[in-house]
Ligand binder design. Structure first.
Ligand SMILES: [Zn+2]
Length: 476
């Protein structure tokens, strides 16, 4: 049936139904009967979904038919299943920006370590991991890449994270009709660590995108919302001067370094007692922090020194006694590290030991899954019990949350970005299902584009140069 349709066109399918498991398969049908297939990202599913293990066990594609893979950035929900793809037979190029190339081994090695600890559920082995590394190619920003005949790709820097890219893909059909796509990836306009140069590319806006595939993490909230008001420094300032220690769960790559920079700024403004010590726990966070300082990731030279004074990396395993000793230390301490939801990583044990103490502030810094320890901490009143590993612990610690350090654009910022582009259609992805709906309504209301649909695992969209022309249930 497909061959009866006028060519060229593409089919696009996405595995993701929320904010994890980012992975889009694009199949291009050309007028010369050729077919080109590529993936944008191949991420792991995270959180507490019922079918999560199943989703992370295999990738539902015929890997031999995929011609190339593009990677937007190095977070595991975008790259975590690359080794699985390779295990399933994929053996061609995996393209990414140079900074992403210089960071990507950190999360993948860590994921492998965690994965291989539970041997009966290990989904790929070390050989698959190393083979994955060998297929990776780092490419410059804003340069035309030709992964194969008839395809142009441009990685455009975006502020979500060091190395993060929005990716433009142009499929050149022999008939002269092109299909032009933009994958925003996880998107933010700016980043404290690097500048985003305004680069005028030759054929940039000469003709519209056929479709923009746009993230929607904060598609239901404006940047002016009170949840983004800066209060972290104020909270830590009060706590330290009141004789408390501070624990701040963060995410290892990107968020941790932004929190460290914020602390450095607070220190410069004399907000903390002079003898405050700053500790970083967690292997991923420590390694990423060193790379931010010393590896070529395109970070501004004045931002390479983002570390506060009196800063220490706590290496290796911390025993309960080590942790309590630090808490009882006469000096004020700020301890930061992953995971941001306090469920895993180096910070988990510190949080568990802190719950019953009234001399500690736990400052959360971002999104918390409803089932996470962080959410339990927020929802349990002081003096009430919370269950940790089956044991009741009375909560006495202070808990605060702020989303002031956010790696994603809010809906008004996404709207501004989309307004500056000429596109025939928009497909909304990477957001909670309800948020995708709200973001769609918001964009339609603001007349951003007449064709706006939600991309999720239920449907495949058919797109030609003029936009969406059909949609049907996915067979994956
Ligand atoms: Zn991300």
């Amino acid at each position: 049936m497909s061959s009866m349709r006028s060519t060229p066109y593409i089919h696009i399918y996405s595995r993701s139904d929320d904010v994890t498991g980012s992975c889009s398969l694009v199949t291009a049908y050309l007028s010369n009967k050729k077919t080109i297939r590529f993936l944008v990202d191949c991420g792991a599913f995270q959180g507490q979904k019922d079918n999560q293990n199943l989703l992370n066990e295999s990738v539902p594609f015929n890997t031999e038919k995929i011609d190339f893979v593009l990677v937007t950035h190095t977070h595991l929900d975008h790259v975590g299943l690359l080794p699985l793809l390779v295990k399933q037979g994929y053996n061609k190029n995996i393209f990414m920006s140079f900074p992403t190339y210089n960071l990507i081994d950190i999360p993948l090695r860590d994921a492998y370590k965690i994965n291989s600890k539970c041997t009966d559920t290990a989904i790929y082995d070390q050989e698959d991991l190393y083979k994955t590394f060998s297929l990776m190619v780092g490419v410059p920003f804003n340069k035309m890449l030709k992964p194969m005949k008839g395809i142009s790709v441009i990685f455009k820097k975006n502020g979500h994270l060091v190395g993060a890219s929005s990716i433009e893909v142009i499929i050149h059909d022999p008939s002269g009709e092109d299909i032009k796509l933009l994958f925003t990836g996880d998107y933010k306009e700016k980043n404290v660590f690097f500048d985003i140069e305004k680069v005028q590319l030759e054929d940039d806006s000469s003709y519209p995108y056929s479709a923009i595939i746009c993230e929607s993490t904060y598609g239901d909230v404006d940047s002016t919302d009170s949840m983004f008001y800066p209060c972290i420094l104020e909270n830590i300032n009060k706590a330290l001067w009141n004789g408390k220690n501070v624990i701040s769960p963060t995410f290892g790559i990107g968020k941790t370094q932004e929190v460290l920079y914020l602390l450095k700024c607070g220190q410069k403004r004399n907000l903390f007692p002079k003898n405050t010590n700053f500790y970083l726990v967690g292997g991923i966070a420590q390694e990423a922090t060193k790379r931010f300082q010393y590896t070529d990731l395109g970070i501004k030279s004045e931002m390479k020194n983002f570390i506060p004074q009196n800063f220490y990396m706590l290496k290796g395993h911390q025993t309960s006694q080590d942790i309590i000793k630090l808490f009882d230390d006469s000096k004020p301490n700020v301890i930061i590290g992953p995971s941001g939801m306090a469920d895993a990583g180096g910070i988990r044990k510190f949080v568990q030991k802190a719950i019953s103490r009234d001399d500690i502030l736990i400052q959360l810094t971002g999104y918390c899954d409803p089932s996470s320890i962080a959410t339990k901490l927020l929802n349990t009143p002081i003096g009430s019990n919370m269950l940790i590993a089956g044991k009741p612990i009375t909560k006495r610690c202070q808990v605060e949350i702020s989303k002031e350090i956010s790696l994603h654009a809010k809906r008004d910022e996404l709207k501004k970005m989309l307004e500056g582009k000429n596109t025939n259609s928009i497909l909304i992805t990477h957001g909670e299902a309800k948020v995708r709906e709200k973001f769609r309504e918001y964009l339609l209301l603001n007349n951003i584009c007449s064709q706006i649909e939600i991309l999720n695992s239920d449907f495949v969209f058919e797109i030609d140069s003029s936009g969406i022309r059909d949609v049907f249930p996915s067979s994956f």
